[in-house]
Design a protein around this ligand. Structure first.
Ligand SMILES: *Cc1c(COP(=O)(O)O)cnc(C)c1O
Length: 422
């Protein structure tokens, strides 16, 4: 489908009328297991000699449409759907890492990812070294011979910084490791990281892909270009006892990462996506280009309005010409700088609490990427357990408010902020 444009792919990629019934929308294949044709067919499926459905923990026809659609939108080789964005991260690292291995990650990440890396990955003895997304050269000295990947977000939560993906890809490839980009905040409508050199793209499809704040889902996209044959990634290059000594990279070539992650990590760790949620995310993804453009246009208008407001100290939105990320915004996502950004209140902590208590149209929630406008005061919620100093370092100082601008009328969004600030 590569010859179609992005809007057409969003509607059609991966989907076709149901061969059994002619249903035009993708059916929800709400089943656990699939009947084998005969014993030989079952054996071939278990040996990975043919592709097919066995058990929904591994593969499901509804989920497969989502996998193919997101892979097409990202211009990648293959996709893998799973239960959440965090599941996508866990499965990806399970394929790449052994105990004692390291990643070098941007420290400007979604707070939940920082917890996952620091707390839970430590239990697998997967180690993280933290670099600064605004300075790609800061990643280089942290790379060792145990480093297995470089990790960053395309548009970084919560501050809306834009990552120089091309520079990080070069650093990763010089070190013989893949670049993994969490593309949740940009979505492939704004940025396609694989086209800038990323090797693996991750999504919390819970956010803009699904887009309606109603389902958890994650997607992994394999760019298909990385050479896994160096010996650094034994799960991919060495004989695997659970598949009769098969070597995944040799057997599956440019889909080796996606297939390996499915048949080992998803098979054994188990965070499968429910077909119902795949259906809801698929429905959302069909309108991704329309929603994303509206999100960005609205965010730009609201950011400009906030900047002119006397109660506001600063606005950090990459779409504003005086922003530190403005040049990278022009290079990587000229259609828009996303819809998640932060601003600072002159009144500090107390003013932040007052604001979230006074909004009516905005929802006070720990989520982003909904059709609805969302607001949170990180210092009193997601970052409340940190010291003042650590909050400031994480971009969640006492005065910081984070917005995820929805697709409502901007006049109503602004009127709500105006009354709440008053
Ligand atoms: C929400 C989010 C995640 C985690 O995804 P879940 O679907 O909540 O597990 C990861 N990265 C980013 C950038 C996110 O916004």
């Amino acid at each position: 489908m590569a010859e179609y444009g992005f809007n057409t792919l969003a509607v059609h990629a991966g989907a076709q009328p149901d061969p059994a019934t002619g249903a035009r929308a993708t059916p929800i294949y709400q089943t656990t297991a699939f009947v084998f044709e005969d014993a030989d067919h079952a054996a071939a499926l278990f040996n990975l000699q043919v592709f097919g459905n066995v058990y929904t923990r591994l593969m499901n026809p509804t989920n497969a449409v989502l996998e193919e659609k997101v892979a097409a939108l990202e211009n990648g080789r293959a996709g893998l759907a799973c239960a959440s964005g965090h599941a996508a991260q866990l499965l990806t690292f399970h394929t790449l890492m052994s105990p004692g291995d390291e990643i070098v990650s941007a420290r400007q990440l979604y707070g939940g990812s920082i917890n996952q890396f620091n707390q839970s990955f430590a239990k697998f003895d997967w180690r993280v070294k933290w670099a600064d997304t605004t300075n790609p050269d800061s990643f280089k000295p942290l790379i060792t011979d145990r480093t297995k990947a470089i990790y960053a977000e395309s548009i970084a939560n919560p501050g809306g910084l834009i990552t120089d993906i091309e520079a990080l890809a070069k650093i990763a490839h010089d070190a013989g490791v893949p670049l993994i980009i969490d593309n949740t905040l940009a979505s492939p409508y704004l940025i396609r990281p694989i086209e800038w050199g990323a090797d693996i793209v991750l999504h919390s499809a819970t956010k803009f892909l699904g887009g309606h704040g109603n389902s958890m889902a994650g997607v992994i996209v394999d760019g298909g270009k990385f050479d896994w044959g160096s010996g650094k990634f034994p799960t991919l290059s060495e004989p695997n006892p659970s598949y009769h000594g098969m070597r995944m990279w040799e057997t599956f070539g440019d889909m080796a990462f996606a297939i390996t992650t499915r048949v080992f990590a998803l098979r054994d760790l188990g965070p499968a996506l429910s077909p119902m949620n795949a259906f809801l995310v698929l429905t959302g993804t069909e309108t991704l280009p329309l929603r994303m453009q509206r999100h960005c246009d609205n965010a730009m208008i609201v950011a400009k309005w906030l900047k002119a407001n006397p109660k506001v100290e600063w606005v950090n939105y990459a779409g504003l010409p005086d922003n530190a990320s403005y040049k990278l915004h022009q290079k990587y996502c000229p259609k828009g700088a996303g819809s998640v950004f932060t601003f600072g209140l002159k009144g500090g902590y107390e003013a932040g609490i007052k604001l979230v208590n006074s909004v009516k149209l905005f929802s006070h929630v720990a989520n982003i990427g909904d059709t609805r406008s969302l607001i949170i005061h990180p210092a009193s919620t997601t970052h409340r357990q940190l010291s003042d100093e650590d909050r400031a370092k994480a971009g969640a100082g006492n005065d910081v408010v984070r917005l995820s601008i929805g697709i409502e009328d901007t006049a109503d969004i602004i009127a709500d902020l105006e009354q709440a600030l008053a």
